[in-house]
Design a protein around this ligand. Structure first.
Ligand SMILES: *[C@@H]1O[C@H](CO)[C@@H](O)[C@H](O)[C@H]1NC(C)=O
Ligand SMILES: *[C@@H]1O[C@H](CO)[C@@H](O)[C@H](O)[C@H]1NC(C)=O
Ligand SMILES: *[C@@H]1O[C@H](CO)[C@@H](O)[C@H](O)[C@H]1NC(C)=O
Ligand SMILES: *[C@@H]1O[C@H](CO)[C@@H](O)[C@H](O)[C@H]1NC(C)=O
Ligand SMILES: *[C@@H]1O[C@H](CO)[C@@H](O)[C@H](O)[C@H]1NC(C)=O
Length: 342
């Protein structure tokens, strides 16, 4: 029996020794840190079972070229050690808000060559490299990149972007490389704040590839980085000086952006004040209505008081049968007694 137990326990030891190898899904190629499950067609069917087989301390995962169309919200929940994730060359259309929620250590994310229209990026505070090239993005919503304060490299090349809001890019304070070519850049007046941001980025040693304008016709084929500001002189209604609540170097443009001619000015932080500024007219209207109601009530009260006083006077001073205290007062001080005083 003792022999059997010994054999059994040594078998267990051997089994546990080989356990890491067993946690590599059969269609993937693994070493101690990296799992490569690329080009495994039909992966969509077994995608979640493959993720379940991966070791929880995995730091690098490649699942490219698999025609994946959808990823369930909590799919990466057990892979919180991941530093690198490559989902490139799939058929992803959108990603759930919480897809990357647990990947708080992630440094490298490749989502290139999908069909992504929208993106979720909160909680990726360690992310340094983000590839979004060759998707179907036509704009980046305000706040999308707010949490990515460690981002050094970003590609938006090969999308359908016409313009970028300066305040979307402003949180990326350590960004060094930005790829923007092969988009539909609309170099009209509204691109001025983005051009200012671009100049600031280049000034502090950043690298930006070409930004070929598609519109307007006069600038078609020109690189926005080299279009002189003189070409935007007709946009003279922009910017509108912002006098209240903001430092003098920040301006508000017609589309509500805070921009600055001084690159050092931190207009991004002030962006959040814009809501209260927008609410100011509403406050004035509400205060005006309240004041008007109070005024009307005061007039009504005063009128009522006058009518009441006149009625008292008529009852007590003009009724001859009752010699009341009030009537004596009326005779002494009323209109009839006035001549007797002279
Ligand atoms: C992950 O855990 C396995 C054992 O479960 C170990 O063999 C492997 O070296 C670990 N990898 C890292 C990167 O810690
Ligand atoms: C694991 O494989 C990846 C990709 O092939 C490679 O870059 C990495 O150096 C490998 N790591 C080890 C520890 O062999
Ligand atoms: C994946 O997509 C490619 C290109 O559209 C196609 O050739 C291939 O058959 C697809 N594979 C599967 C398993 O659907
Ligand atoms: C994560 O691990 C837990 C416990 O091992 C398991 O029950 C769960 O199904 C796993 N979730 C995913 C998405 O792999
Ligand atoms: C280009 O931008 C201008 C505003 O600057 C806008 O009026 C126009 O519609 C845009 N054109 C396209 C095709 O989006």
């Amino acid at each position: 029996l003792a022999m059997n137990i010994l054999m059994f326990s040594s078998l267990l030891t051997i089994m546990s020794f080989f356990r890491p190898l067993a946690s590599c899904p059969s269609i993937c190629i693994c070493n101690s840190t990296h799992s490569d499950c690329s080009s495994s067609f039909n992966l969509q069917i077994s995608f979640n079972s493959i993720l379940n087989q991966l070791p929880p301390n995995l730091t690098s995962l490649t699942i490219s070229e698999n025609n994946i169309t959808m990823i369930k919200p909590q799919s990466f929940a057990n892979l919180s050690s991941l530093l690198r994730l490559d989902l490139s060359r799939n058929n992803l259309l959108s990603l759930h808000r919480s897809t990357f929620y647990q990947l708080s250590s992630l440094e490298f994310l490749d989502l290139s060559s999908n069909f992504l229209l929208n993106l979720p990026f909160h909680s990726l505070t360690q992310l340094q490299h983000l590839d979004l090239s060759f998707n179907s993005l036509d704009s980046l919503p305000l706040g999308l990149l707010d949490g990515l304060q460690a981002l050094v490299w970003l590609s938006l090349a090969g999308n359908k972007i016409g313009t970028l809001q300066r305040s979307v890019l402003e949180p990326l304070t350590v960004l060094q490389h930005l790829q923007l070519e092969e988009n539909n850049w609309n170099c009209s007046c509204s691109i001025i704040p983005f051009k200012h941001w671009l100049e600031w980025m280049l000034y502090r040693g950043g690298h930006v590839d070409s930004i070929q304008c598609s519109l307007p016709a006069i600038l078609r084929g020109r690189d926005l980085r080299r279009v002189p500001m003189e070409m935007f002189r007709h946009c003279s209604q922009l910017p509108i000086p912002e006098t209240r609540h903001h430092s003098a170097s920040c301006f508000r443009t017609a589309d509500g952006l805070l921009v600055s001619t001084d690159p050092a000015a931190d207009c991004y932080r002030q962006r959040h004040k814009t809501v209260s500024v927008r609410r100011a007219p509403i406050t004035v209207v509400v205060a005006g209505v309240v004041c008007a109601v109070v005024c009307v009530m005061m007039v009504v009260a005063a009128t009522y008081g006058c009518i009441y006083a006149i009625m008292i006077y008529m009852i007590y001073c003009t009724y001859p049968l009752q010699q009341t205290h009030f009537q004596k007062t009326c005779i002494l001080h009323g209109p009839e007694s006035a001549p007797s005083q002279n």
